[in-house]
Design a protein around this ligand. Structure first.
Ligand SMILES: NC(=O)C1=CN([C@@H]2O[C@H](COP(=O)(O)OP(=O)(O)OC[C@H]3O[C@@H](n4cnc5c(N)ncnc54)[C@H](OP(=O)(O)O)[C@@H]3O)[C@@H](O)[C@H]2O)C=CC1
Ligand SMILES: N[C@@H](CC=O)C(=O)O
Ligand code: NA
Length: 367
């Protein structure tokens, strides 16, 4: 076991993809800017490779990408990782930059061993309601912290805003808007309020290249990514939604492509179905409107829904740009003028910013 240090916090990272790489760069800057507590990276892995030493020696953050590429170490199995981190002698924060359900399922184990968690991964908080309860019960029992701001609206202050509304005694009646950076980008470029727009399948490819989509873009196009976000928001607003499939969710996956084997094969075959989305766009245009992918939670009636809707060209949802999300909170205090959060809802840097700011919140409480 390494020597304990009160002013040292160990960091363990799972996942070094689009968001993970941006987080590493923000962590390096943070560690350089803030000498105390000393932030020490002791473990990092992808799905196949890892870097760590049994005596928890600091891994130089700046060289992680090349060191991971040449590493011969395999990742520790999750229960072994819990033991490894739990016996370091220092407070530890796990940063989960994957979209893995297996990692998410292990959160109660990490938390019960006093390991705090920050993550943009939606799976833990939008899986079964039991997992949600187990996570917060484990954190409560051990005092470990868990923050997941980037699981909704990337780095935008969506969860912190909702939590503040609820904690200060406001009554949230409705939450609605555009919750997907990918869907926002797709419809803003495929069906813009002026001009003709690009081909649907080409825009889907672009969204993936820009790092907006889930690792498998079908998880965005089938509406499940938005359904997961609404599940998280509904639970925080006090509705014990059982799962993201417990309410109506519209999928934009063509029927014929529902069973293709991989995301890559899906992208290859998608151009043959561009006409379907063109029809949807033309139907809205006939009414002088544009089509957008939105979601809403009606707290009073307990209704949650996700899907396509048509909007007048002057509507704020129609006028969004790039990967912007717009989320309106209707509450008793705010009356008929909702509190609105708007800005980029996807992308490595803005997502990592939410994770880094969560890390700062944890540090302020544990170090
Ligand atoms: N991209 C965005 O704009 C946003 C993303 N998010 C969330 O951030 C998370 C990461 O997204 P992103 O960086 O784009 O995804 P990427 O696919 O780019 O990266 C995922 C990383 O996780 C690793 N990984 C996956 N499964 C495991 C596992 N079981 N054990 C260890 N490592 C694993 C992958 O390793 P390998 O390469 O070996 O497979 C890869 O390094 C997701 O949960 C996503 O929903 C949230 C908000 C916005
Ligand atoms: N794929 C997601 C990423 C952020 O959650 C999105 O496009 O919004
Ligand atoms: Na957020």
């Amino acid at each position: 076991m390494a020597a304990a240090s009160a002013r040292q916090v160990n960091i363990a990272i799972i996942g070094a993809g689009g968001v993970g790489k941006c987080f590493l760069s923000q962590l390096e800057q943070l560690a350089a800017r803030r000498p105390s507590p000393k932030l020490v990276l002791t473990y990092i892995c992808t799905s196949k490779k890892a870097i760590y030493s049994t005596d928890h020696v600091a891994i130089p953050i700046g060289t992680v990408s090349s060191a991971l590429a040449s590493s011969k170490q395999a990742p520790l199995a999750l229960p072994k990782l819990v033991d490894f981190l739990g016996t370091s002698g220092s407070k530890t924060v796990l940063v989960d930059n994957t979209s893995s359900q297996d990692v998410a399922d292990a959160y109660p184990l990490f938390l019960s061993r006093g390991i705090s968690i920050v993550t943009p991964n939606k799976k833990a908080f939008s899986g079964s309601y039991k997992l949600w309860q187990d996570i917060f019960a484990a954190a409560e029992q051990s005092g470990a912290k868990v923050y997941h701001e980037s699981s909704v609206g990337a780095g935008l202050p969506v969860l912190s805003t909702l939590k503040d509304l609820v904690d200060t005694g406001d009554e949230v009646t409705k939450i609605e808007g555009v919750f997907s950076g990918t869907m926002s980008f797709l419809f803003n470029s495929f069906a813009p309020t002026s001009g003709s727009g690009g081909k649907w399948s080409a825009e889907v490819k672009k969204a993936k290249e820009l790092g907006y989509t889930e690792p498998d873009p079908r998880d965005d196009l089938n509406g499940l990514d938005v359904a997961r976000k609404l599940t998280i928001l509904a639970r925080l607003a006090g509705l014990p939604v059982e799962s993201p499939t417990a309410f109506p969710v519209q999928s934009l996956i063509p029927k014929e492509l529902e069973s293709v084997a991989s995301g890559d094969e899906f992208l290859e075959k998608l151009p043959a179905f561009d006409a379907q989305m063109e029809e949807t766009k033309a139907a809205a245009e006939k009414e002088g409107k544009v089509v957008r992918f939105v979601g809403s939670i009606d707290v009073a009636t307990k209704q949650v829904k996700v899907g396509l809707e048509k909007f007048d060209l002057s509507h704020p949802i129609a006028a969004l740009k790039g990967s912007d999300n717009i989320i309106s909170f209707y509450t008793k205090r705010y009356g008929s003028n909702p509190l609105i959060v708007q800005g980029a809802g996807a992308g490595g840097d803005v997502t990592a910013m939410g994770v880094t700011s969560d890390l700062l919140k944890v540090l302020s409480q544990i170090a």
